[in-house]
Design a protein around this ligand. Structure first.
Ligand SMILES: [Zn+2]
Length: 211
């Protein structure tokens, strides 16, 4: 197998194919941070695991994933870090994997849903079904531009459960890219609970903010 050189998704330095797009220094730093980070769980969520803080190399990688045309190349290394964080914290395997859906406008401009793609990676890796049971309505303002208070209101209005969703007694993993106030994951969790979910765990690439 040929291993092509590529750039570290954190710092941009050239790495060889074996390093899976993270240089030694950035990988070490990422693994250190993964051990130290604590993510409080909002209402309706049992546990939140994040691969790292939304700063430095991880922030750069996520920005590239979200806003660049070739962002999809960044997704796999991030999904692998998320998987590593999940295992590091001794979390059990869920019964089903779903994700916080992207807004329809973002999906149209970006062409892919990064959280769904990361959820699909985990689904394949663990051989656990991925079920996109949540939907998102178009609202006039972008979540990223809103104040905390408005975020909750916005999140409550925008997410919905797809028809005929049955999660009775299931341990559900909800995948997200960045957890900020917890508004999105909390509102999604309320809906998952309505569909019968017994446990709701969240796995995100990064934790933003000071909480
Ligand atoms: Zn690096």
């Amino acid at each position: 197998m040929l291993l092509y050189p590529s750039r570290c998704v954190y710092c941009g330095q050239w790495v060889d194919g074996k390093q899976q797009r993270l240089c030694e220094a950035c990988r070490k730093q990422a693994e250190q941070e993964m051990k130290q980070i604590y993510c409080p769980a909002p209402e309706q969520v049992e546990q939140v695991i994040c691969a790292g803080r939304y700063q430095g190399g991880l922030k750069e990688a996520i920005r590239r994933m979200k806003f660049h045309s070739r962002g999809q190349a960044v997704m796999l290394p991030l999904a692998k870090l998320m998987e590593q964080a999940w295992e590091l914290h001794g979390m059990p395997r869920p019964d089903v994997i779903t994700c916080v859906p992207i807004s329809p406008l973002r999906l149209r401009t970006r062409g892919y849903d990064q959280s769904a793609e990361m959820a699909k990676y985990l689904s394949k890796q663990w051989d656990i079904p991925f079920e996109p049971v949540l939907g998102r309505r178009m609202l006039s303002r972008m979540q990223s531009k809103l104040q905390a208070e408005q975020r909750w209101e916005n999140a409550r209005k925008s997410f919905y459960l797809r028809r005929n969703t049955d999660l009775e007694g299931k341990h559900v993993l909800l995948v997200d890219d960045i957890v900020t106030t917890g508004a999105s994951i909390s509102c999604c969790a309320v809906l998952l609970r309505k569909a019968g979910a017994q446990t709701i765990w969240v796995l995100a690439a990064a934790k933003a903010g000071n909480a």
